[in-house]
Design a protein around this ligand. Sequence first.
Ligand code: GLP
Length: 242
Amino acid sequence: MAIDPTSPVPKYSQLRDLLLDWIVDTGLSVDDPIPSERELGQRYGLSRMTVRQTVDLLVSEGKLYRVPGKGTFVARPKIEMALALASFTEDMRARGFRPGAQDLVRRVLPASGGTARAMGLEPETPVHHIERLRTADGEPMAVERSSIPLDLAPGLDGHSLAGRSLYAVLEQEYGIILDSGDQTIEAGVCDPADAKLLGLPQGSPVLSMRRRSFANGRCVELATSRYRADRYTLHSRLDPRR
Ligand code: GLP
């Protein structure tokens, strides 16, 4: 395939699609180099500026990465996260990764006004405040902050959650089986603290999720999670229109 100069689709965008097809067709895999911008310009009859624009786009989409002085390489595919009431552990295992968790903060605190409202609690009801760094194959993936009413899980603060699934602990130790939930997802950027934990430059894009999970009509967990946007994509099945 070649660039179509008569197409209304901008050339950098045509080149994006051509390059992605070419990567698949030639069987390039993760960490393989792609041709230099000069070579690509010659091959497709495009200026260096247009090629640069395409490569910048593919880098920002997380499909390629640059190593200064070395070249441009095929990036790892992003992890597809299902929009379901799954735990991080289940989600990562289903995708062939080894899930992990580091306990960052474990405290019992009075629920703030916003947390209490969102969870249907009286203001200042004691909640477990849990902050964890989630990893996949040892690589930082997300920072998760959860609130869980103390009365639902007394003594949870005594359980280490390092390397463990919170949902499994809730189920096994407290008999809590989550049966429904809701979730809001928006774009965000790493603040300095999250950037440090995730090993990303400050201001890097993240997917910011706020999930409430329920069991028997009671809100068990209110969680805000910040997932690195360079490694995650969201996937949802679309049911037919009614
Ligand atoms: C997801 C949810 C969190 C929840 C976590 C539990 O990541 N966004 O709200 O706390 O799963 O995962 P695990 O059971 O692996 O600790």
